[in-house]
Ligand binder design. Structure first.
Ligand code: NAP
Length: 263
């Protein structure tokens, strides 16, 4: 049995992950964390009336009270960095889905994991289809260096561009390097019209109610185009990846960035 805690259990992703852990035969939910929770036990919540799992407001209290192998984190960017450091320092393997961590944050966490010989995973996207979309995009970039990324999410998302878009751009840039796209003299008559720039490619972020998580990577070349698109219609799409991450981090002694490195 892998003993798991979930930070951010009241959020959209955290709640879905909590249910996945409870339903998984090889996982045991040891505790959940939210600094603003009023409940002391999950059984006080309507979704979990028959589930006896302690709710913690404070992470130190959590590690003092329960034993855990894995720390699932679906919180907010400012908190996830600190939470992940805390998990590693306490020998708990982080499986982090929270996006918005900087490259420096990831490097610092990887160094800390190496120091503590503790495995872990940071995955900007846990959907298997999204991982394939990123890999296919990186492959296509070898032949189609001109590309724009459109990521589309629900309007409660805090960070932009999405972690998936950043990771896709990084993977594309690894294949094609810096490549300035568009007309060298193009001008924006409204600021931001051309989107964010990463190594010469543009990233556009759409936020609308009704959306979950979607991304389109659009390539253009002389006389032809190629579009690679992935859609998460439901948050359950991320859960097989989270479950895989929880299992795989138990066998690893390094902090891996990207689910594709565990497949
Ligand atoms: P959300 O609904 O806003 O959930 C975040 C939760 O974290 C909220 O319940 C928030 O509580 C709680 N929280 C805030 N500070 C905390 C702390 N110190 N300790 C524990 N919990 C804390 O957001 P979401 O849609 O679930 O998304 C969460 C994160 O996952 C985002 O970064 C999102 O981009 C990312 N995400 C990742 C994937 C992936 O596959 N990797 C997929 C979808 C989303 P309050 O509301 O009370 O502040």
């Amino acid at each position: 049995m892998i003993k798991i805690v979930v930070a951010g259990f009241k959020g959209r992703m955290g709640n879905t992950a909590t249910k996945m852990v409870l339903e998984h035969q090889e996982f045991k939910l040891m505790g959940v964390l939210d600094p603003y929770a009023k409940e002391r036990n999950l059984n006080e919540m309507t979704d979990y009336t028959s589930i006896d799992v302690p709710v913690f407001k404070d992470k130190q209290e959590l590690v003092n009270s329960v034993e855990a192998d894995v720390w699932i984190d679906f919180t907010v960017p400012e908190v996830a960095f600190e939470n992940t450091q805390f998990a590693l320092r306490n020998g708990i393997r982080p499986v982090v889905g929270t996006t918005g961590l900087s490259e420096d944050n990831v490097t610092t966490l990887q160094e800390l994991a190496a120091k503590h010989h503790t495995g872990g995973l940071i995955a900007p996207n846990f959907a298997i289809g999204a991982v394939l979309m990123m890999q296919f995009a990186a492959q296509a970039a070898k032949y189609f260096p001109d590309v724009e990324i459109m990521e589309l999410h629900h309007d409660n998302k805090l960070d932009a561009p999405s972690g998936t878009a950043i990771k896709t751009a990084e993977m594309i840039a690894e294949e094609r390097g810096f490549h300035q796209q568009g007309h060298p003299e193009e001008k924006e008559s409204i600021e931001g019209a051309r989107g964010a720039d990463y190594q010469g490619m543009k990233i556009h972020s759409v936020r609308l109610p009704g959306l979950v998580a979607h991304q389109q990577v659009q390539f253009g070349s002389k006389g032809e185009g190629l579009t690679i698109r992935h859609d998460s219609y439901d948050r359950s799409s991320f859960m097989s990846g989270v479950a895989l991450g929880c299992t795989k981090v138990m066998e690893s002694n390094e902090l891996v960035y990207g689910l594709e490195n565990l497949l």
